[in-house]
Ligand binder design. Structure first.
Ligand code: SF4
Length: 99
């Protein structure tokens, strides 16, 4: 038996307790300018290891599945102007389990 698990297997070990309110928001405007969706796609959708950010079926809107967030902060670094990032409310969010 292979002792090394895939990334999906390892992520599947984590436990999530989602809040009712999102802790991740996409800003519509930054300094009076509309957010550059192309920049968002190139940065945030690519870097998130949990695929929290996806496009809707028409590729017009970004969907934020905050319930799956690993709280790694990568999107905050990749798109600091576009993503409004906070930790989830106390008692909610991810619990890591290493296996
Ligand atoms: S904090 Fe990490 S896991 Fe959560 S949305 Fe950002 S990149 Fe994805």
């Amino acid at each position: 038996m292979n002792k090394f698990k895939s990334m999906e297997d390892k992520l599947g070990l984590n436990k999530f307790k989602p809040s009712h309110e999102t802790h991740l928001k996409i800003r519509k405007e930054v300094n009076g300018k509309k957010v550059d969706e192309k920049n968002l796609v190139e940065n945030v959708l690519f870097v998130c290891p949990a695929k929290v950010y996806t496009y809707d079926e028409n590729k017009k809107e970004v969907i934020v599945s905050f319930e799956n967030c690993l709280e790694c902060g990568t999107c905050r670094v990749a798109a600091p102007d576009e993503v409004e990032w906070q930790y989830p409310t106390g008692g909610f969010g991810v619990t890591f389990r290493f296996g």
